[in-house]
Structures are given as structure tokens and as C-alpha cells.
Design a binder for this molecule. Structure first.
Ligand SMILES: *Cc1c(COP(=O)(O)O)cnc(C)c1O
Length: 372
């Protein structure tokens, strides 16, 4: 039966060695999460009441005053912007994305620009870049703050170079009573990060629910100051506003809370050890191939989990990186792995491999690398 849902459409199940990425379906929910979602599916509830109570749970887990379940971290960014510009004023909520008469500038360090920051602009905000591509002085940030500033944005992500720490940004922004809004989408695990950014002074923080938390792919966590979270809530479904299209349903809300509960109780050290063992299988299958440098990279903050990294040495004469990727994707089952973050390299992260798939990936990679 289970096989049928995708086969019927002619869609192939794939092996994901590329982490919790949306284009491969994000993450896999634990059986308890799926069961909780099924339990939530056979009745009606008042969604406002559910959103508020679910928010209390998120507040407990994050140490923030309040929380809100969103339709992903990008939706969380949209709501952060909408909350800071409207501050919950009902007329302003209906006026967005037209920001006439509102504070509408969001200051963002140039080095922290990412494609996802379009979500801020979707609420009508104007992004104001500060600093250059390498650095940002606290005085530059301070000089950019004016009477139109709605918030300062801070993004955490692999390969982003933070020119100032979050506490430094917070201290400048708060001196001028400007809130700091954070995108920490992919920063879980480690679980400590759930409370870290709030502790460091952020006013609002958003995380993905469908990456390392392994909740429904379409969910996110928003947490922060009580008045701002309330403003965010009023900007989203079931209410009218720019966040109305970012709806979460009762099943997803329950699914996220269940997943988060499992996430904070999980033995993360044991999980990491199991990931290392999977990575090791891949490293061992490939490390003697001449012309390649293959090693486990564990604890690199730009990597998700302990990855098996494969570097092509200058004397490599085998298939190109692109050819290997193509062979893996065109095989049966299709396999997706990462490429090219540091240089001419391939990498496999075990965090999204299901038990046993590391052997399939190791065998298929050997084949793809060694055949003409
Ligand atoms: C994945 C990601 C997002 C988007 O998160 P969703 O939950 O998929 O909406 C935003 N910002 C960064 C840095 C991300 O890595």
C-alpha cells in the first residue's frame, strides 16, 4: 500500500544524502508524530485556541515569552517583518504589503544576505544593507538606524560570515529600541540553540520544523517577545493579513509539537555516534581510490552532521564531479548527495540516510567513481 502513493504518480523514492533540504522532501517524521497527526485529523477545534496553546508549548521549549507555529522558517521571516512593522495595529495589518505611514526598513548585514530574505520583503519591508562583503562595524550599523527602521535582521546559516555577533548587534539595536529578528532555520540540532538566541537578546527567532526537528516539512517555529509574537499571530491564518497564505492546519500544529517534544528528549550524542558509523562505512569504501582524498569531517560548522567528504585531487583522471552526481541521480534508486561547498568535492551527510542506505550509497559511489 505505502509504495503505491508515489508509484501511482510515477514518482521515484530517492535516497537523500544531502541533508534536510526542501527539494528532497525535508525530513522523515517519527511514527509517533505521524500517529499524533492522524489523531488530530478526525475532529474540529477552534484554531485560535489551538494556536495560543501551541504557542505556550513553544515558549516553554525556547525560553521565550511566547511562541507561534508557522508554515516554515521562511513564513516565520515574513511574520517577523509583518509583526515589527504593524505592531499588531489592525488597520496596518490589513494595509500590508503597502507600508505607507509605517516604519518599513529592515537593516541587514550585507554578508548575511540569503535568498530566503525575500520573505521579509514579501511583507512589504525594504531591506537596507549595511557593511561590505567582508565586514561591518558597530558604528555603521548604528548610523543606518533611523526613524523608519522597523528591525535589524540576523541570519544564521552555513558559509555565512557573521561580521558581528548576535549580542553585538542586539546591543546596538536595543540602544535605539529597535527589535532584532533572527532566522536560525537550520540551526537545530544542537538542541541548545532552541534557547540560545533568545538568551542572547534576540526579540524574535524562527526555526524550521521540517529540518532537524523532523516535524512536518511545512512547519516552523517562531518565538520571542510576547507583544511581537501576538502581532505575528494576528498577521497570519486564520486571520486576514499578509500571513494568511501561510496557513498551518491542526494536524501540522500537533505534528510539530510532538516532533519537538521527541527532539528535546532525544539522546543526541547517541544519534551523532550512529551518524558517524554510517559516514565511516562510506569513507572506508572509497578511501583507497587513487586520486581522491576521502575523509570524515565531523564538527565543521558548515557541514550538517559528520559528513563523508570526497575531494578530487589534481591528478584525478576519473569522471567529473558533475558526471558522478548524474550517475547517482539516474540510477535506481536515485541518490542525491552534496557537492562543491569548499571546492571540487562531493559529500554525503548521514543525517537523512535511513539505516542501511549508507551501504547502498557507498557501493553506488564506488561504481560511479570507478567506471570509465
Ligand atoms: C531552510 C532555510 C530557510 C527556509 O526554511 P523553511 O522552513 O523551509 O521555510 C530559511 N533560511 C535558511 C538560512 C535556511 O537554511
Amino acid at each position: 500500500m505505502e509504495q503505491d502513493v508515489f508509484e501511482r504518480l510515477g514518482v521515484k523514492r530517492v535516497i537523500n544524502g544531502q541533508s534536510w533540504v526542501t527539494y528532497l522532501g525535508g525530513s522523515i517524521m517519527a511514527p509517533q508524530v505521524r500517529q499524533a497527526m492522524a489523531d488530530a485529523a478526525d475532529c474540529y477545534v477552534n484554531i485560535d485556541e489551538l494556536m495560543l496553546k501551541a504557542g505556550h508549548e513553544l515558549a516553554k521549549h525556547t525560553g521565550a515569552e511566547a511562541g507561534l507555529v508557522t508554515a516554515g522558517a521562511a513564513a516565520g521571516m515574513l511574520l517577523e517583518a509583518a509583526a515589527c512593522m504593524t505592531l499588531g495595529d489592525p488597520a496596518k495589518i490589513l494595509q500590508l504589503p503597502d507600508t505607507t505611514g509605517m516604519k518599513n526598513e529592515i537593516i541587514i548585514p550585507r554578508t548575511l544576505r540569503v535568498g530566503f530574505d525575500q520573505a521579509f520583503r514579501q511583507a512589504g519591508a525594504k531591506l537596507v544593507e549595511v557593511g561590505n562583503t567582508f565586514s561591518l562595524g558597530e558604528y555603521e550599523l548604528e548610523a543606518a538606524i533611523n526613524e523608519r527602521t522597523a528591525a535589524v535582521a540576523y541570519i544564521f546559516g552555513p558559509f555565512l560570515k557573521a561580521p558581528l555577533t548576535l549580542p553585538q548587534v542586539v546591543s546596538v539595536a536595543h540602544k535605539h529600541n529597535v527589535p532584532v529578528i533572527v532566522d536560525a532555520s537550520a540551526m537545530l540540532p544542537p538542541a541548545e540553540n532552541l534557547t540560545r538566541y533568545i538568551r542572547e537578546g534576540a526579540d524574535m527567532v524562527t526555526f524550521s520544523g521540517g529540518k532537524g526537528v523532523c516535524g512536518p516539512q511545512s512547519t516552523g517555529i517562531l518565538c520571542g517577545r510576547g507583544d511581537l509574537i501576538e502581532a505575528a499571530r494576528l498577521n497570519m491564518s486564520p486571520h486576514a493579513g499578509v500571513g494568511r497564505p501561510t496557513k498551518v492546519c491542526k494536524e501540522e500544529i500537533i505534528g510539530l509539537l510532538t516532533a519537538l517534544d521527541l527532539f528535546v528528549k532525544k539522546d543526541h550524542a547517541a544519534e551523532w555516534k550512529a551518524w558517524r558509523a554510517m559516514s565511516q562505512v562510506i569513507v572506508e569504501a572509497l578511501h583507497e581510490i587513487p586520486g581522491l582524498t576521502v575523509r570524515m569531517e565531523d564538527g565543521d560548522q558548515n557541514r550538517q552532521g559528520p559528513v563523508a567528504a570526497i575531494y578530487f585531487d589534481p591528478k584525478w583522471r576519473g569522471p567529473s564531479q558533475q558526471e558522478v552526481l548524474k550517475r547517482l541521480r539516474e540510477g535506481d534508486p536515485p541518490i542525491y548527495i552534496g557537492s562543491g561547498w569548499y571546492r571540487d568535492e562531493l559529500w554525503v551527510t548521514p543525517v537523512t540516510l535511513r539505516p542501511g542506505e549508507e551501504r547502498v550509497v557507498a557501493g553506488r559511489l564506488r561504481e560511479a567513481l570507478l567506471s570509465g
